[in-house]
Design a protein around this ligand. Structure first.
Ligand code: GLY
Length: 519
């Protein structure tokens, strides 16, 4: 009785501290693409956790309630910053040791569905290390909200419901009341042994058996030898603000910094699109895991891109055939800023919606199809319509090129004040760019900055993808662009602390939630 009274009191207090308000004395802000995941982050912030604890709790919760996009069967990138220091952790999936550059050239082999599509899953290792290095709250308390959601069940969100309509076979992930009892057991093990069960124990055995049973080559050795890598953030300056963003094996940071650099002070959407064509062409032609080819920022190149913008776009035949990118891609982005000035931008993914569709039968963990982010068949576009180069060819242990763009902006005092990133494959980069410009250059509040209609260009296919009612449509047609109207390009999450006010907004395209935490 006393216990339930205490629980009721705690729930009431959490309700009081998590508000969608915009100002006042706040101790944090979080935005994710599911309200229950944002709530999990608020929960740990209110218990004395820091931004890292909140981001990890939210990522684990997303894997339960929004499994089409991310989860323990995938991987991700985390960028952590406070005044005077910043860190990047790369826990991207790797090609298994038995993978080869020719593995998808065989007739009938799939890089999107089934066991061969699975890269070594590393989210558990990444989140454990993220918490170990920079978290504050006890690990078990950080895992607890996700564990509770998995064991008690939850209400399906609209995004998940829509995904299941397209993939009804993935209902196997859920029991009665949407309980996920296998996943609850895996999370309990994670809480107790900090990932040992995912490296050498029962979860690892479950995942390896599922992948091999579905024709894949993942082994226990791949999991046991996986290493989370510390990277050095790419750094730039935009409009006087410091920009920290993701280096290789993501292309996101490089493209973002090229876009920002080439368009600073420029208001023409035509010039923004031209810059995107240049930056995305370079991504296609030369970007890959650092082991093979790095992607440094080159000021001369940025100046050349800037100088190349004219009233008309260039001839496009050589850009290749039009390819339809899939909608509702996976991936999930979390932005958190706490009252002590610690910021976390965390993007995690199992790649396309519901990943490889291979599920660990005991753990209920849905495995990624991240192998499709490699250049699987030279010259042919991947699931996102991206054509990629030799630099991104498959090799054992290598990480596939990503577009994930966790990004943190620093004010003139070096304090993080804007945390942003997105989901949606290559749309991640252009969405992150547009949200930053909407806030800094167009003076939009976070909600409007994430909701405003967006454009996207990725060099190939050679057309501008535009959301409905985009104000630049006529001008882009006039400049000679092919236009394709699309809906729900991606989902961006942003938190901002600016001029004494806090804002947290989740993209309305995916039904997420941004919350502020205050006294
Ligand atoms: N799998 C999506 C990305 O990493 O870009």
């Amino acid at each position: 009785m006393r216990r339930s009274l205490l629980l009721a009191l705690l729930c009431f207090c959490l309700f009081l501290v998590a508000t969608p308000a915009h100002s006042g004395a706040k101790t944090g802000a979080i935005s994710t693409d599911h309200p229950l995941a944002s709530r999990a982050g608020v929960d740990v912030l209110a218990r004395g956790g820091n931004a890292v604890d909140a981001a990890v709790a939210a990522a684990l919760a997303l894997g339960v309630v929004q499994p089409a996009g991310s989860g323990l069967g995938g991987g991700g990138f985390a960028l952590v910053a406070r005044k005077g220091e910043h860190h990047v952790l790369d826990f991207r999936e790797t090609a298994p040791k038995a993978a080869s550059r020719e593995m998808f050239l065989k007739e009938g082999s799939s890089s999107t569905l089934g066991g061969l599509a699975v890269g070594t899953p590393a989210e558990a290792f990444g989140l454990v290390e993220l918490h170990q290095r920079y978290g504050k709250l006890a690990w078990a308390k950080v895992v607890a909200p996700a564990q509770k959601l998995a064991s008690s069940g939850f209400e399906r969100g609209e995004h998940l419901a829509k995904g299941l309509l397209k993939n009804p076979q993935m209902s196997i992930l859920f029991g009665e009341g949407n309980r996920r009892s296998g996943l609850a057991a895996a999370l309990l093990s994670l809480a107790k042994d900090r990932g040992e069960s995912f490296r050498r124990g029962w979860v690892a055995q479950d995942l390896v058996a599922a992948v091999q049973g579905a024709g894949g080559v993942l082994t226990m050795e791949d999991l046991a030898s996986y290493k989370v890598e510390e990277r050095v953030a790419l750094q730039g300056v935009y409009d006087g603000y410091g920009v920290l963003t993701m280096p290789s094996p993501s292309s996101g940071g490089t493209v973002l910094l090229e876009l920002l650099g080439a368009t600073e002070g420029v208001t023409s959407v035509q010039c923004e699109v031209e810059a995107a064509k240049h930056a995305m062409a370079r991504r296609a032609l030369s970007a890959g895991d650092v082991a093979v080819g790095s992607n440094p920022i080159d000021p001369a190149r940025i100046a050349a891109i800037r100088a190349d913008c004219g009233a008309k776009t260039y001839a496009s035949e050589h850009y290749g055939a039009l390819v339809e990118p899939p909608r509702n891609a996976g991936t999930s982005h979390i932005s958190v800023l706490d009252g002590q000035g610690l910021a976390v931008a965390l993007t995690t993914t199992i790649n396309t919606s519901f990943g490889s569709q291979v599920v660990g039968p005991k753990s209920g963990i849905l495995l990624n199809n991240q192998m499709d982010d490699f250049t699987t068949r030279p010259g042919q576009p991947n699931a996102f319509g991206l054509v990629q180069s030799e630099a991104n060819a498959i090799a054992p242990g290598k990480r596939p090129l990503s577009s994930m763009t966790p990004t943190i902006l620093l004010d003139s005092a070096g304090e993080p004040f804007l945390v942003v990133g997105a989901s949606g494959g290559p749309f991640i980069i252009t969405s992150t760019y547009q949200v930053i410009r909407n806030i800094l250059d167009h003076d939009m509040r976070a909600e409007l900055a994430t909701a405003a209609p967006r454009w996207h260009h990725q060099w190939m296919p050679d057309l501008v993808m535009l959301e409905a009612n985009h104000p630049a449509q006529a001008m882009l047609v006039e400049a000679g662009h092919g236009i394709k109207e699309v809906a729900g390009l991606s989902s961006a999450q942003v938190v901002v602390r600016k001029d004494g006010t806090w804002q947290a907004a989740a993209d309305p395209r995916k039904g997420g939630a941004g919350f502020l935490v205050g006294q």
